[in-house]
Design a protein around this ligand. Structure first.
Ligand code: COI
Length: 350
């Protein structure tokens, strides 16, 4: 082990009924924390979950230098704990940090922190089929200074929380043609806090109209689908799985990537390309069976049942034989050790 992570364990808390508690409300017993100062990472620690002490001048509070990841751990068929796609999440974390001028976390530090924390809090990984442990690595600019600048000090942390279904029912979404999530050259491809904060207002407006989420469109002409609030957007039309290409304005979703790989492997035709809202409306108008769903770590696969495009609502297919459920099962089987992990996506915490 390259990093000597100090561990301050605390007495095990009884794991109560975490299923009835909203997503992300209950932390596990421990958290990981490392401080970046004087140009290097200081002594990394695992400590009991606790509040932070932060200067009110901390730069993250003012200028939004915050980046995060969303990962999951599962209980495998043989009882071991599996952290899914740790490498891909790490790589995306690095890209987001780079875009936000934040220091890189060495891969060994990331992996060791993940391993030790999950080992310590392994009893918190739900065993139910719809349960997993949501892992939230994140970094914030902690330097206290009000001047607008790239911070010199940061905190890299990992917290975890038991998670179940993110969306209980098929979604009703509105294709958003007034507000934008991201524009070319912006931070849309980075998993930074600001992307989410900026999305709240349009999403709340949509919720007031009775929608669960918005489907973002491109910033130039509001013509092409981008992604949805907490997930990538996917469509299955005429035996083809279609999803917006990674243009820099949408997130390089790990679930998106996994589903595309699984679909290709099964011989399903996959297209990563622009999807026009007129193309989508035309498919519905023609009576074509359209499956629509969101793909994300928290949401996994979230079926979309109603899509409103320019005021007209269309009905997408969410029947039990939909292709999306087939992909969901294939993903489930790999993550739980019920199917071979031919891609090396699983990291088993020994
Ligand atoms: C995830 O799916 O992990 C996300 O980060 C989306 C949301 C929970 C913020």
């Amino acid at each position: 082990m390259e990093y000597n992570i100090s561990i301050l364990p605390q007495a095990e808390r009884a794991v109560t009924d975490t299923k009835s508690i909203p997503f992300g409300k209950i932390p596990t017993e421990h958290m990981f924390i490392a401080e970046y100062k004087d140009g290097k990472w200081q002594q990394p620690r695992i400590v009991p979950f606790q509040d932070l002490t932060l200067s009110p001048l901390a730069l993250c509070l003012h200028y939004g230098q915050t980046v995060f990841e969303g990962m999951k751990a599962f209980v495998m068929e043989d009882g071991t704990i599996n952290i899914f796609r740790m490498q891909k999440h790490y790589e995306r974390f690095c890209k987001s940090l780079d875009r936000m001028c934040m220091p890189q976390v060495p891969q060994t530090l990331f992996n060791e922190a993940m391993h030790q924390l999950l080992q310590l809090d392994s009893s918190w990984v739900p065993t139910e089929p719809d349960g997993s442990l949501y892992i939230r690595p994140f970094m914030i600019a902690s330097e206290g200074r009000i001047g607008v600048k790239v911070a010199d000090e940061y905190l890299f942390m990992i917290v975890c929380s038991p998670a179940y279904q993110y969306y209980a029912n098929p979604l009703k979404v509105k294709v958003e043609t007034q507000f934008v999530r991201a524009a070319d050259g912006g931070t849309g491809g980075a998993k930074c806090g600001g992307n989410y904060g900026g999305a709240f207002y349009p999403t709340e407006m949509a919720k007031k109209e009775g929608f669960d989420q918005v489907l973002w469109t491109d910033a130039k002409n509001h013509e092409f689908i981008e992604e949805s609030g907490t997930m990538n957007a996917m469509f299955y039309i005429n035996n083809t799985l279609i999803t917006p290409a990674l243009s820099g304005t949408i997130l390089d979703g790990v679930t998106r990537d996994s589903l595309l790989a699984l679909a290709r492997e099964e011989g399903i035709k996959v297209e990563e390309r622009q999807i026009g809202i007129t193309e989508l409306a035309a498919a519905f108008e023609a009576g074509t069976r359209v499956e629509a769903f969101g793909a994300g770590t928290a949401a996994v696969i979230a079926p979309i049942e109603f899509i409103t495009i320019n005021g007209k609502t269309y009905n997408a297919y969410v029947g039990a034989d939909a292709m999306m459920y087939h992909l969901k099962t294939a993903l489930f089987n790999i993550r739980r050790g019920l199917a071979p992990d031919t891609h090396n996506w699983n990291y088993i915490v020994k």
